[in-house]
Design a binder for this molecule. Structure first.
Ligand code: ADP
Ligand code: AMP
Length: 206
């Protein structure tokens, strides 16, 4: 099964992706994680991506689409994949469609007014990428899954989050209509406990 996770920054895509990927045995492919890994390793892609991710802008489509196309050709995607954070505009959606079709597009719906607090309080594991929120960490500084150190992403600050939400509204939100027209859209209420949201996803995928 080929699944796309759609939703604004902070809607809970990464959080749900961990669970979906485990239950349905699909590789979790996050373009944001791919860019952060390249930035850390200072690869040519990382050097190019850094100025865009730091400002909450989209990395150019040619680079992003090339990376995703290459990744989806890997052996572990033969039985499906879970895309998180791609596509993010119409060009990317059309490019993806030229080499792979989505079976289900999960649109995790959260009111934009809730996202600033979710993102500015997010802490991420530097080893496995798991997301947490300071409000629920009770002072813990390491990852529950792997023991890795938690850090705050450089783009999880008020100014950059503002830019990211604007980019989402202008460029990514139109994909809801795009996938609805293709009859693959599943709307998921993303407000509620993490396990409740996951149960909604499992029910929608049946
Ligand atoms: P995305 O991948 O869509 O940007 P994340 O999964 O990283 O979003 O979640 C963003 C923040 O919101 C994190 O701090 C995460 O712990 C928190 N979060 C995720 N799901 C929920 C939820 N159902 N309710 C409240 N907070 C959540
Ligand atoms: P995310 O981890 O999904 O919040 O993405 C972090 C940042 O990576 C974004 O703000 C963009 O700068 C970049 N990025 C991630 N996915 C894409 C994409 N599909 N197209 C362009 N830029 C992306």
């Amino acid at each position: 099964m080929n699944i796309i996770l759609l939703g604004a920054p902070g809607a809970g895509k990464g959080t749900q992706a961990t669970k979906i990927s485990e239950k349905y045995r699909l590789p979790h492919i996050s373009t944001g994680d791919i860019f952060r890994d390249n930035i850390k390793r200072q690869t040519p892609v990382g050097l190019l991506a850094k100025s865009y991710t730091d400002n909450g802008k989209l990395v150019p489509d040619e680079v992003t689409c090339e990376i995703v196309k290459g990744r989806l050709e890997a052996d572990d995607c033969k039985n499906g994949y879970l895309l998180d954070g791609f596509p993010r505009n119409l060009f990317q959606a059309e490019t993806l469609e030229s080499f792979s079709k989505a079976d289900a597009v999960l649109n995790i719906d959260v009111d934009l007014s809730l996202l600033m607090a979710r993102l500015c309080g997010r802490r991420v594991c530097k080893d496995c990428g798991e997301s947490y929120h300071v409000d629920f960490l009770g002072g813990k500084t390491v990852c529950e899954r792997c023991g890795g150190e938690l850090y705050q992403r450089k783009d999880d600050n008020e100014e950059t989050v503002g830019n990211r939400l604007k980019v989402y509204s202008e460029q990514t939100a139109p994909l809801i209509a795009y996938y609805s027209e293709r009859n693959v859209l599943l709307n998921i209420d993303g407000v509620g406990a993490i396990d409740e949201v996951f149960a909604r996803i499992v029910a929608a995928l049946k």
